[in-house]
Design a protein around this ligand. Sequence first.
Ligand SMILES: NC(=O)c1ccc[n+]([C@@H]2O[C@H](COP(=O)([O-])OP(=O)(O)OC[C@H]3O[C@@H](n4cnc5c(N)ncnc54)[C@H](OP(=O)(O)O)[C@@H]3O)[C@@H](O)[C@H]2O)c1
Length: 274
Amino acid sequence: MTGGRRVALVTGASAGIGEATAIRLAREPGAELVLVARREERLRELAASLPCRTTYVAADLTDADAPGRVRTHLEAEHGGNLHLLVNNAGAAWRASFAEGGYANVHRHMELNFDAVVRLTEAVLPLLRSSAPSAIVNVASTAGRVSRARTGAYSASKFALIGWSDSLYAEEKPNDVHVGLVLPGFIRTEGFPATELREKAFTRWIVSEPEKVAEAIYETGPGGKAERYVPRPYALAATTRILLPSLVRRVLTGGAASSLTTSTGSDGNTNSPSN
Ligand SMILES: NC(=O)c1ccc[n+]([C@@H]2O[C@H](COP(=O)([O-])OP(=O)(O)OC[C@H]3O[C@@H](n4cnc5c(N)ncnc54)[C@H](OP(=O)(O)O)[C@@H]3O)[C@@H](O)[C@H]2O)c1
């Protein structure tokens, strides 16, 4: 810690869970924030509205030079300090494997996994030298249970979870805590969950970005290893391990299609978000 400052970097801060997380972290004493996403105007507006010193880097995290730009920014603007890295930016494009093929798997991996690994690699030396510090990786319950038409998204989140568990063990001796957050259905721009919110029968399973922001706080500075949001979604993950045939039966049954909601990125073939 440097003079009580706590520098936190949030990716995907221009909307949804990332924006809610920036607002939540800004309430902490000594907070200093770095916001990252592609839409500069949104980052500028959010930075101006927060009660703590906030800078931003407008970048597409899949670009080859993005991790280096973020690190250079941290060194130039925040003295090379980094106490919390929230790897939150991500997107989903629904398609069966027969429709989307490798191209769809590749674009999910590129953003939801490779970009996280590349950014973490670039700033890990700063996290170590600022320790005690933390990394929070925002995965998904879809990283435990895969549904039809979400295979590519699930693959990227399964990969993120596996890698995070390993990093947790590796960085513990360096006092860099690695936390994992696994949201279920959360109403955001990218994941509006319209199909579920339209029906009284399913509306209750959709939660809010602020709840995830609190879980991110708990698994980062709070030191928890893992949080499902809302908590009962942990049941889905446990059932997948203990009763796989039951889960397969449910997920191939008639009602299962309503659990694969359309996303903000659907129909947008070039850009990962609107
Ligand atoms: N909402 C849910 O139901 C849900 C459930 C489970 C997990 N999650 C995970 O939660 C995370 C946040 O999702 P959200 O629901 O908040 O979605 P969202 O509202 O669509 O926000 C996604 C954020 O990621 C940024 N982003 C997308 N592509 C980017 C790129 N190439 N480079 C840099 N930034 C990029 C977007 O900003 P720009 O467009 O400005 O770049 C935006 O700020 C994701 O990892 C998602 O997989 C969400």
